[in-house]
Design a binder for this molecule. Sequence first.
Ligand code: NAG
Ligand code: NAG
Ligand code: NAG
Ligand code: NAG
Ligand code: NAG
Ligand code: NAG
Length: 784
Amino acid sequence: MLWAFVITLVELSTVVVATSPRPRKTTTSTLDDEPFGNELDKPIPMVLAQGVAGQKGSLPCDIQPIGTNDGVSMVLWFKESSGEPLYSYDARNRKYGKANFWSAQHVWGSRATFRTNPPAQLIIQDLRESDEGVYRCRVDFRNSPTRNLKVNFTVIVPPSKPIIYDAKRRDMSKLLEAYAEGADLTLVCEVHGGRPRPRVEWYMDTQLIDESYEVRESQGPGGEMRPITVNHVTLEGLSRKHHHVKLSCKATNTILALPPTTTVIIELNMKPLTVEIVGKEKFTGKEKIFSAGKKYKIECRSTGSKPPAVLTWWRGSRQLKRAVENFQNGSTSVSIVEWIPSIEDEGKYLACRAENPRLPESAIEQRWILKVHFTPIVILRMGLSLKPKDIKEGDDVYFECNVRANPQAYKLTWFHEDEELHHNVSGGIVLSDHSLVLQGITRESAGKYTCLAANTEGRETSNVVNLEVMFAPICKHVLNSGTWKHQNATPPPFNLPEELHGALKHETIGLVCEVEANPTSVTFHWTFNNSGDLNDLPASKFSSDGTVSRLNYTPATDMDYGTLGCWASNIVGHSKLPCLYQVVAAGRPFPLQNCTAVNQSGAWIRISCIEGFDGGLPQKFVAMVDKQRWESPYPYWELELHEPTSVALYAVNVKGSSDPVIMDGIALKGVAKFTGESVSSVDMSPILIGLGGTATGLGLIVTGVLMALWRRHAATPAKPKPPQQPSIATFAGKGEEEDGNPDLIPTTALSNHTDLLQPPEAQQVSRGHRQMRCYTGELHLRWE
Ligand SMILES: *[C@@H]1O[C@H](CO)[C@@H](O)[C@H](O)[C@H]1NC(C)=O
Ligand SMILES: *[C@@H]1O[C@H](CO)[C@@H](O)[C@H](O)[C@H]1NC(C)=O
Ligand SMILES: *[C@@H]1O[C@H](CO)[C@@H](O)[C@H](O)[C@H]1NC(C)=O
Ligand SMILES: *[C@@H]1O[C@H](CO)[C@@H](O)[C@H](O)[C@H]1NC(C)=O
Ligand SMILES: *[C@@H]1O[C@H](CO)[C@@H](O)[C@H](O)[C@H]1NC(C)=O
Ligand SMILES: *[C@@H]1O[C@H](CO)[C@@H](O)[C@H](O)[C@H]1NC(C)=O
């Protein structure tokens, strides 16, 4: 539709344009002013008309009669001054609409048609260059004089389609090339032919940007010189707005036809415009805070690049290459990096760089200055001025806890062997800032020290610093050994200031002195104190090995009983107090203690006691029921009783027997329990009461002492015992040998009853068995 309209406009404008360059006076005014006269004598008015080769053109011819009641009888067309008509319209003697048309075959033939409707014109189809020329139309009217009109008809030859070359003279229509943003683009448009010479103009989209063209000669394929019209255009500094812009070269030599046009579309390689790091976690504010060791997913986006930007990640000058995912989301390039910051990244930057691979130096980047938070790094060390190997009791020591943390640690705690230390000036513990001061340390201060620091990221314990404290030797008493376990009893929980040892004259007892000391390189010496005189024992009497010294001591006279002291010293100093060993003359054993009875199955009853001090001599144990007597190497019996009765229990050694413990009314009544104290409560004879008095006196000696005394024998298991427990008789015999023994404890009770205590050969003790059937002879136990 639009096309048709344009064509119509063009047709209409033909006459107008053709006439416009000519002064109006010579065209229209002459027409109007010339009603009559000799047609060829007068100057014939001429109009200008144009047509485009290949299209149709029109030759105007005014056939309007001047007067009314007149009409056209004939119209004839001539070329130049030729007298031969080329075309005729004959309406002579014909009815309206039945006129005769004729066209000379060798000129226009069927290409020409005459249109009589005003404005009348001869339409020529498919114009040829040869159609150009000056034409005359002669109009014959029925009444009026003939009219002549001239038409100067020009045939316009359109130019060829423009060819666009780039600076390297490559045909742009066959080229797919993208130009770098910022570069200059020079294009040449060349147009062959065209009559008249065309205007060759550059348009950007619809806007004219260059109309400076020139005509050159160029050599055609056949060597002939051909004119070409050339226009150079240069776009300086191509920018984003030039991307996909249409650059057109138009060759125009008429408005009667659309000008041949060649268009190129500019393709640009463009730099990235934006780059932005987007943390998946919230990273608000200027400082981006990370936690060391945590894994982060960070995204970077870039827009504006064509082709799409290549995104790379950098930490400082080092590229992060691991765990990076790149993809394109629409026109946005996206890169996701997985990254674990370390403490060393603090203050460095994390950068995302976007670069167009086609454009060097197109890279842009965004940087994040890193703040890396981490759990404290805690290093503990002892004060620099201290010599760790040279610290002794009483010294002051200090530790420094070096904490590196971000954010700052809000808490610092100190530990000694898992126990938290608190500031206590009176206790000699001073905590300040990052140090711990221990004043006047003791050997208990030795051990492992740590400090612990906490911040919002977590808490961390330091390395362990071991504090070694040297101290002078001190006595170490070990009481639980040997037969305690066998008796299933609990060892006394306390240490003793001294050990008590009973010894016969000429009997050798072994004393063991063990000390604790640091360093453990210790020298010993032993002293003997008898009634105030303190004498050193010759070094030949004892041996030393590390922290242990052994003395074999043999009292020869009464003067040899007393207190032995074991002293030790190391580089720190001397022991303040010696280990003390009281050596007393051997005597009667001490009574049994804490005796209990439990009924067994049937008539059997089990009695067990705790033994007391053996008086410095081997002891054994005797239970007496009525006239029956049971001996045992341990204070333990199993008896068969058929009726309620009393049982007397003794410890016996060669010096005599201990005070008895009487268990009364043992009668298979379930459990009965008796203790040494029960002696006084049972019904007993006066002698027993006397014995009880003695026992009370002895009972004043602390239980622990008794334990210690017992230990001496318990601790010497190496002493071979005969398979058969020595009988009282054996003890007695030995006792006689030890004639000169000081009888510290008179053996009143048993000496009165030696007859009873002599169960001679009939006595038979089966060791290692709990049940002791030891008796065949008749025994009469009389307490009167
Ligand atoms: C016809 O027109 C052309 C172009 O307008 C001009 O060059 C030529 O001289 C004219 N011819 C005559 C006879 O007026
Ligand atoms: C792509 O971009 C759109 C719009 O910005 C967004 O909604 C979408 O989540 C993005 N896709 C990915 C995979 O990031
Ligand atoms: C401080 O130390 C002293 C001495 O060791 C101790 O008796 C006291 O209980 C301590 N005070 C505190 C508050 O721990
Ligand atoms: C020696 O023993 C006596 C009495 O037991 C005591 O008073 C004295 O302090 C002791 N002397 C030494 C040096 O141990
Ligand atoms: C003996 O018994 C008494 C009282 O029951 C108790 O306090 C004591 O510790 C016992 N002695 C031993 C060595 O078990
Ligand atoms: C003690 O003896 C009685 C009577 O024979 C018996 O019933 C009871 O079970 C015994 N108890 C134990 C602990 O053996």
